[in-house]
Structure formats: structure tokens, C-alpha cells
Design a binder for this molecule. Structure first.
Ligand SMILES: C[S@@+](CC[C@H](N)C(=O)[O-])C[C@H]1O[C@@H](n2cnc3c(N)ncnc32)[C@H](O)[C@@H]1O
Length: 539
């Protein structure tokens, strides 16, 4: 029984008090009695159905009859009663189980009515309609990670798309759009990124499959696949790369994607001698261990050299180890404001109680409950706009460091392509950084410009979300950031927005290419490299 009380407690407690992500709060809490896995599963599942549960509970009128139930407790219990295979996890004689089960006929009837009203033949169909309603009601931030499709990238070092479709995904039915992806036996082949597929939310946990353990498939969000593809282009593309550097590489998603794209390219150009290598590094030693492990599992040890604990800014571009480096991928630390699930306390839409608020004969307890609910409301408000929480000062420091890292990449003597990416939605960390880089001496002296849309790989040319000049959130507005980018330059920037129809997290990526004809030998001086500008951030 503690399961429902524990879940209600964790949802009501303030993130600021406890710190950490929602999941870590559950797993680290010492005061909860129920199993953390059960609490997490209950809350995340209930948050997928809350709009429906609210409607069913209100129409069944339970809350005005059952004074033992708060709206939150009722929602969690009715979820399990109607939608969980095993029903409510409490002894049949427990008063709060009885408080729900007394109304089982009405609840069942209201569930059927709600499904029929929406024209859905099954509960599975109903679920995606409910998620769409939730998105429309609360905006994309209301959706947590577990409500998005599962993105799976096929690793060409160890496998091929065809082999995986015939193996791991055999029996899956192909759908033509993400919207159609509703049931767990469907698969969608992404039109923007080669060898990327999506499975419906709730599909099997692919991290338990043999293909995952053998490194044949990698679980990677779609947006995070943009940078490596932007850098290397299509396998039949004309850019013939030398060595590659991934300067901020841990845990290794983009490094292993680079390796996969190189493998695909080698398959395509079988007769071409190609011995490019990838040099990957991360300034954090512990994260470098993860990077090394991911590279090994992906079968990329022969292509990738990991420089563990290496600060990219401390590399000397003139070092002979880097004389053949033609492409660099920079994905430095950022605010992470685009990450789905970072502030991942599910937003639950609760039923209205329809009870007088202070006249109850359960004085104290009711007061406690309503205090909890007020706290919940405050918390919900605080959750509305996660990107606005980071201070302008902190964002400016990050932006300075990001600019400095990319400018350093532009100095590698043989470099002709560089990509810069973040999982941030802030203009300050994205278009503003691009604007500052293009204005820097190193960019002018060496003839760097942005990679135009028509120069981008075929899949990304089709991507509709592009750079912007401003965003209506207070942190960016307060910074009075000036963005000197032309329409063409903004069009060269690729953006992903959390919660849009493409089901990505928030992301930004831009490519820079070197055009010696643009090189301005008159431009002098080094760009500011004052380390004190960059302090005070963490990953
Ligand atoms: C956003 S994460 C990179 C994610 C990675 N590209 C991937 O796709 O798996 C940023 C990483 O940059 C590293 N980092 C930050 N500043 C760095 C620097 N100056 N040199 C090397 N690594 C750095 C951090 O330790 C962190 O692991």
C-alpha cells in the first residue's frame, strides 16, 4: 500500500529541497518504503494516461464520495485499477483500495465512453490520442522521455540496416510517419539520418537485446545524430576526409557515429584506400572511461584513439599528430536546456475534487493534503519553463567557453570542416556563438564560413527547423545578445525543438567550412582567450 502514498509523496516534494533528477530522487530516498522501480513505473505510466484518468474520475464522481482519497492518490489508484494487469497493489480489505473498487462499474463504463468518444478501437490507440491531447494542453515540456519514440541507430561497424531489419526487427511492420507509430510491433525508418529507426514508446527495452550488447545497435536520440552526419556527409559524398577529431567526446555517441559513417563509406567506396582515424578525447577522466568502453563495444578500437582526460583546449593544433586532421566535431558542455527528461518530474493533470475545501470534518489531514497540492502547483509553475532557469551570467560563461572551443578547432592547419553542437535551446549558446565565431580573427584570417543548406548532406537539407535570431525566454532576452547572421547563415543552422512532430530533444548544430578565397590575411590579433571568462560551469 505504501506504493501509492510513496508515489504521492515523491510527486509532492520539492525538487529544490531534494536535488537531482526525479529518478535519482526516488532511488536515493531513504524514507520511501515501496520499491523505487515500482514507484517510478507507477508515476511514469500514470502520467501517460492522466488526461483520460482525470476525465474518468470526474465523470464517475468518486472524489466527492470518497473522502479518503486526494486527487493525486485517486489518480494513481484508478490508474492501477483500470490499466494495470494486476490491479491495485494492496490487500482487498484496504480502505483506499475499497474506496476505488466500490465504483468499479462506473469507472469501467466511463473508460469505455472516453475511448469510444475518441473513436479508438483499442487502449493502445487511445494512448497516443491521450498523449497528443496532453501535448496540446500543456505544451511539449509536459512530455517526459518515456513518452517519446525509442530511437535506435544501426552501427555500420558491426552490422547493417538490412541485417537488423531481418534480425532484431524482423516481424516489425513499417510505418510511413512518426504519427503512425503507435504499437510496439511497428518501426519507422528515419528519412533524415541514414541507418536510424524509431520504435513506439513502450517498445521492448532494446538495451537488453543481444544486438545492443554486441554493439550492433546504439540507442541514440535522433537530434544527437545530426553532427556526425553533418561533418561526414553521405557515404557517396564528395568530401574526402583525412583524420577526424572529436574534442568533447564522452560518453561517445558521436564518436561511434563517426566510426559507423566511416564504415558505411568504406563499404560504398570499396576500392578506395582509406585509413582515416578518429582521435577522441574528453577532459573528464571518469567520462573518458565510458567513452573508451563505448568505442570498444561499437567495435571501433581500430579506428578510434581515445585521449583520456585530455583538455581539447590544451592541444597544440601544430602538433604533428594532428597534421592530417581535416574535420573536427565539437559538442562541448552546455546548459542542456533541450534535454527531455532532465527536469523529468512528470506533470500530472489531476482530477478536480468537487469538495468544499475547508469544511471537511477531516480538518488536519485535509489541510495537509491541500498544502501538498498547493506545493504541487508551485512546483508545476516552476517546471513550466526549464530553459529559463539558468541565469544569464552562467549562460554567458558557457557561451564564452563554447566560442573559445570552436575557435580553437578552426586553428588546426589542415582542417576544412568543423561542426559545433549543443543540446541547448538558448540563442546565447547557439546562434550567438556562431555569430561570434564568424566575427573572430581566426575565422576571418583562415576563411571559415558556415556550411550552407545546399552543401549539407541530403537528409539534413530536408530538415525544416533552422536558426533563429531571438527566442522569447527571459534569460536570452536579458542578455541583449546581438546576432549578426544573414538569412542564409541562419538557414545554415539546424535546430531541433523538444516535443515537435519530429520527436527529438532540443538541439542545435552548425557546420563551418573553410574557403581559402575568403581568407583575410589583413585580420590580425588573437581572439580573447581569458580563462576567467569561462569559470563557474559544470556538465
Ligand atoms: C555534451 S557532452 C559530449 C557528449 C558526446 N559528444 C556524445 O555525443 O556522447 C560534453 C563533454 O565535453 C567534455 N568537455 C568539456 N570541456 C572540454 C574540454 N575543454 N576538452 C575536452 N572535453 C571537454 C565534458 O567532460 C563532457 O563529457
Amino acid at each position: 500500500m505504501s506504493l501509492y502514498y510513496d508515489a504521492a509523496t515523491i510527486l509532492s516534494s520539492s525538487t529544490a529541497d531534494q536535488g537531482g533528477s526525479f529518478k535519482s530522487r526516488i532511488y536515493n530516498s531513504k524514507s520511501l518504503k515501496a520499491s523505487p522501480a515500482q514507484i517510478y513505473a507507477l508515476v511514469t505510466e500514470a502520467s501517460k494516461w492522466d488526461i483520460l484518468l482525470k476525465e474518468v474520475i470526474e465523470k464517475a464522481g468518486i472524489l466527492s464520495l470518497e473522502h479518503k482519497l486526494t486527487p493525486l492518490l485517486c489518480l494513481l489508484l484508478v490508474h492501477d485499477h483500470l490499466l494495470s494487469k494486476n490491479g491495485i497493489a494492496a490487500p482487498a480489505s484496504h480502505p483506499i483500495r475499497q474506496a476505488v473498487e466500490r465504483h468499479k462499474a462506473r469507472l469501467k463504463a466511463e473508460l469505455t465512453r472516453a475511448r469510444v468518444r475518441r473513436g479508438c478501437a483499442s487502449l493502445q490507440d487511445l494512448q497516443s490520442v491521450i498523449l497528443d491531447e496532453k501535448k496540446a494542453l500543456l505544451g511539449p515540456d509536459a512530455l517526459t522521455e518515456n513518452m517519446y519514440p525509442r530511437w535506435v541507430r544501426i552501427n555500420n561497424v558491426r552490422s547493417t540496416l538490412k541485417a537488423q531489419l531481418d534480425g532484431t526487427f524482423s516481424g516489425y511492420r513499417n510505418v510511413e510517419s512518426l504519427k503512425e507509430l503507435r504499437t510496439t510491433d511497428q518501426i519507422y525508418i528515419d528519412p533524415h539520418i541514414p541507418d536510424l529507426v524509431a520504435l513506439a514508446p513502450g517498445a521492448v527495452d532494446f538495451s537488453t537485446t543481444k544486438a545492443y550488447k554486441d554493439g550492433e545497435i546504439i540507442l541514440q536520440d535522433k537530434a544527437s545524430c545530426f553532427p556526425a552526419y553533418l561533418l561526414l556527409g553521405d557515404p557517396d559524398g564528395s568530401w574526402s576526409e583525412g583524420d577526424l577529431v572529436d574534442g568533447c567526446a564522452a560518453p561517445g555517441n558521436k564518436t561511434t557515429h563517426l566510426a559507423s559513417l566511416l564504415a558505411a563509406r568504406r563499404g560504398f567506396k570499396k576500392n578506395q584506400k582509406n585509413s582515416n582515424k578518429i582521435i577522441s578525447m574528453d577532459s573528464s577522466a571518469p567520462r573518458s572511461k565510458t567513452l573508451q568502453k563505448m568505442v570498444s563495444v561499437a567495435g571501433a578500437d581500430k579506428i578510434v584513439t581515445v585521449l583520456a582526460g585530455q583538455d581539447f583546449l590544451a592541444l597544440d593544433p601544430a602538433d604533428e599528430r594532428f597534421e592530417s586532421v581535416s574535420g573536427l566535431l565539437l559538442d562541448p558542455s552546455c546548459s542542456g536546456s533541450g534535454i527531455i527528461g532532465r527536469d523529468d518530474v512528470p506533470q500530472l493533470v489531476l482530477p478536480e475534487s468537487n469538495r468544499p475545501s475547508s469544511t471537511s470534518n477531516r480538518g488536519k489531514k485535509r489541510k495537509r493534503d491541500s498544502k501538498k497540492e498547493n506545493e504541487e502547483e508551485d512546483e508545476e509553475e516552476a517546471k513550466q519553463s526549464p530553459p529559463e532557469r539558468m541565469s544569464t551570467e552562467r549562460l554567458t560563461k558557457l557561451s564564452n567557453l563554447q566560442t573559445h572551443i570552436v575557435e580553437h578547432a578552426l586553428r588546426f592547419p589542415a582542417a576544412s570542416r568543423v561542426t559545433y553542437s549543443t543540446c541547448s535551446t538558448h540563442v546565447l549558446e547557439n546562434e550567438s556563438v556562431v555569430s561570434r565565431i564568424l566575427a573572430s580573427d581566426v575565422a576571418k584570417q583562415r576563411g571559415w564560413r558556415v556550411m550552407r543548406r545546399d552543401e549539407q548532406p541530403a537528409g539534413l537539407q530536408k530538415w525544416k527547423h533552422r536558426g533563429i535570431k531571438s527566442i522569447s525566454n527571459s534569460t536570452d532576452e536579458k542578455s541583449h545578445v546581438e546576432i549578426n547572421l544573414s538569412e542564409e547563415q541562419l538557414d545554415a543552422c539546424l535546430r531541433c525543438w523538444p516535443g515537435d512532430d519530429e520527436c527529438t530533444g532540443g538541439f542545435f548544430v552548425v557546420g563551418f567550412v573553410r574557403d581559402e578565397e575568403l581568407a583575410d590575411t589583413e585580420a590580425t590579433g588573437e581572439d580573447s582567450g581569458d580563462e576567467s571568462e569561462f569559470g563557474g560551469f559544470s556538465d
